[in-house]
Design a protein around this ligand. Structure first.
Ligand code: MTE
Length: 317
């Protein structure tokens, strides 16, 4: 399969995920929740019902490319805690209760603590940034996020000199996140960044999109967005941020180490073992078969390539 650029995203589901998805769907069907007639975007309903946020636009860090529609951004998702199908999160994520919400910040820092979401965000004006998101499954979207630079938040907790990485953890609660009853991944979902990546001005914590509060299926109330890396680095519904000396053991490399690395920088020169990363399908644009070339670091090379100078990116994939 390597190098075949015509492969469809629907065909590249990792086999364990495919099998788990079947049992997940069977479980839902048993619970009477997976009615085939459920409209795909049932939970997206009416965008005007979602509360607005105040923000200022950041043009410097925004692409001029046409953004995907709200329905695409909130209707075609990866959020395995709510199922492995692209439409499952929009259908199922209503069980998540994003408020009240608190985040534990701990590990190698001078000012650890548990903060309510509102207190975590208080001193920071929100920004809108239109970013490309390139999923490891070779599709992409353009999304107008609202959030704040992760670096501002990291500095507030005063990491010590031993802090080399930042680890992020998603909520673990199978009642709110029914997909966690199935062994698709080793829950909770964990991600990580090197400290220089986490404090790079492009890395943000998002709390909204399209001028409004983040829909549950997009990772409410707080998710990471790292636009030069494959989408799986952009962890959703974060409850813990921990500063560490050692490289965090993150969900995807733990589940399939040959297929997913810690760095996960978008790189058209390094294929996934089972499919090419040279091109991508932009959701909602053209036909199912029209593709565009993938750019190194997802088009953000000018800003971030220097973080990896001297590193072998084929080995550190
Ligand atoms: N975070 C958690 N907790 N669980 C997930 O399954 N999927 C990742 C990432 N964050 C995922 C996650 C993947 S593979 C992608 S491509 C992006 O979320 C998708 O973000 P979006 O649905 O908002 O576009």
């Amino acid at each position: 399969m390597r190098g075949d650029s015509r492969i469809l995203p629907s065909e590249i589901t990792p086999e364990p995920v495919y099998l788990a998805r079947r049992s997940f769907l069977a479980g839902l069907a048993g619970a009477g929740l997976a009615a085939a007639s459920t409209p795909a975007l049932a939970q997206v309903v009416n965008v005007t019902l979602v509360p607005r946020l105040e923000f200022r636009r950041n043009a410097r860090y925004s692409t001029a490319e046409k953004a995907n529609s709200f329905a695409e951004v909130a209707g075609y998702n990866n959020f395995y805690e709510f199922g492995t199908g692209k439409e499952d999160p929009a259908r199922n994520a209503h069980t998540l209760r994003p408020r009240p919400w608190s985040v534990v910040v701990d590990g190698e820092c001078e000012k650890p603590g548990r903060l309510d979401l509102e207190d975590l965000l208080k001193p920071h004006p929100l920004e809108e940034r239109i970013y490309r998101l390139r999923c490891v499954e070779a599709w992409s979207m353009v999304i107008p996020w609202i959030g704040l630079p992760l670096g501002d938040l990291v500095r507030r907790f005063q990491p010590t000199s031993r802090a080399k990485y930042v680890e992020f953890t998603t909520l673990l609660d199978p009642k709110q996140m029914p997909g966690q009853r199935y062994g698709v991944l080793d829950w909770p979902y964990v991600e990580g960044l090197r400290m220089d990546e986490a404090t790079h001005p492009l890395a943000i914590l998002a709390v909204g999109l399209y001028g409004r509060v983040l829909p549950n299926q997009n990772g409410a109330p707080l998710r990471l967005v790292v636009p030069w890396k494959y989408g799986f680095k952009s962890i959703k519904s974060i409850v813990r941020i921990r500063f560490t000396e050692r490289m965090p053991r993150t969900s995807w490399p733990l589940s399939a180490p040959r297929e997913y690395g810690f760095y996960a920088n978008v790189n058209p020169a390094v294929d996934h073992p089972r499919w090419s990363q040279k091109s991508e399908r932009r959701i909602g644009a053209g036909s199912l078969f029209s593709r565009q070339p993938t750019q190194p670091f997802n088009g953000y090379a000018e800003e971030v390539a220097e973080l990896y100078r001297g590193m072998d990116l084929a080995r550190n994939f």
